[in-house]
Design a protein around this ligand. Structure first.
Ligand SMILES: Nc1ncnc2c1ncn2[C@@H]1O[C@H](COP(=O)(O)OP(=O)(O)OP(=O)(O)O)[C@@H](O)[C@H]1O
Length: 310
């Protein structure tokens, strides 16, 4: 399955929030949907969920108009909404029935998932008696109870301890392996990096980058070397390599990042350093982390003069 968002635009009270949002998601691959607070992620997801209509633009699935009712969609919204005073199994089974499961199927699935999440002993308790993390696990169950085709997860890890995060990570990996189409929105880059094959960045309601994460990492790491020299701090390294006009030096918290200019090759840099008799601690191809990419893209694209919505 391939779901495409084509030129999605949305305004609230005359304020243009989404500007020609275009990207696509494929099943069996997870898409990390990233952007700063207020950039338009939830608004995009809500248009997809038909919470409100876009002003214009369309959703296409496998080349045809996307009719939401024809697909099972599991949505874990950022603001959680279940009933505190209803028993967990009853509540999940009811939600399953609302998703057009038979009452028998819904109850069976509710019990399966409550057990999967290690919450069997709480099945007959009211939701409000559970800890925040366990309530979050129930919220996750409501999103997957009817074996959805499309799964949309907004900050799914919030409130989960490391053991519960691991249970949920395994569940997401299972969904991907079962060829579901997964959209994952989070500010926790580590999780996004762990699951997502594809990445879409939105800034001020505009898509500024979308595609395969590894391709993006390779592109942004092209001609860059990560370098650490024993007993040589940034200032000394800068002075030492100063006469070399074939490089630009920058730093992150781990090491120097050397950008090679023109035809200057990694082996030439290595030879030049060895000629200085330095002891090299680290010399490797630079691959930016997702956090590096996020910060770089955010700096690169500036819509402040265009009435942005941050
Ligand atoms: N119902 C609404 N009415 C008016 N403005 C809205 C509405 N929903 C969202 N907005 C505005 O749209 C912009 C984008 O908000 P949105 O919630 O989509 O951002 P987000 O990327 O999900 O942010 P966060 O990471 O903080 O959750 C914000 O300026 C917000 O104030």
């Amino acid at each position: 399955m391939k779901l495409e968002l084509v030129n999605i635009n949305k305004s609230f009270s005359g304020k243009h929030i989404l500007h020609d949002v275009n990207f696509s998601i494929e099943s069996g691959r997870a898409m990390g949907f990233l952007g700063r607070n207020g950039s338009g992620k939830t608004t995009t997801i809500r248009t997809l969920m038909d919470v409100f209509k876009p002003d214009f633009g369309e959703f296409i699935i496998d080349g045809k108009k996307f009719i939401r009712e024809n697909y099972k969609i599991g949505y874990l919204p950022e603001e959680r909404g279940l009933y505190g005073k209803i028993k967990i199994i009853d509540q999940l089974a009811y939600l399953g029935e609302l998703k057009r499961m038979s009452s028998k199927e819904a109850k069976k699935s509710a019990e399966y998932w409550v057990d999967y999440m290690g919450l069997s002993e709480y099945g007959n308790k009211n939701l409000e008696t559970l800890s925040k993390g366990n309530q979050q696990k129930i919220q996750i169950i409501q999103a997957v109870i009817d074996d959805p085709d499309i799964v949309i997860l907004d900050e799914p890890f919030s409130g989960l301890d490391p053991v519960n995060s691991q249970i949920f990570k395994d569940l997401i990996k299972e969904l991907i392996a079962k060829n579901k189409l997964v959209i994952f929105s989070s500010h926790q880059m580590g999780y996004v990096e762990e699951f997502c094959d594809d990445i879409t960045f939105i800034k001020n309601g505009r898509i500024i980058e979308t595609g395969d994460l590894n391709v993006l990492k390779n592109k942004l790491g092209e001609n860059k070397i990560r370098l650490n020299i024993k007993n040589l701090g940034p200032d000394q390294l800068e002075r030492s390599l100063n006469e070399n006009k074939n490089i630009n030096i920058s730093y992150d918290d781990k090491s120097a990042i050397i950008e090679l200019i023109g035809n200057y090759k990694p082996m030439e840099l290595l030879q030049d350093i060895l000629n200085k008799d330095y002891e090299i601690d680290l010399y490797t191809k630079y691959t930016p982390s997702l956090e590096d990419i996020f910060i770089k893209l955010d700096k690169e694209y500036n819509f402040d003069n265009e009435g942005g919505n941050n």
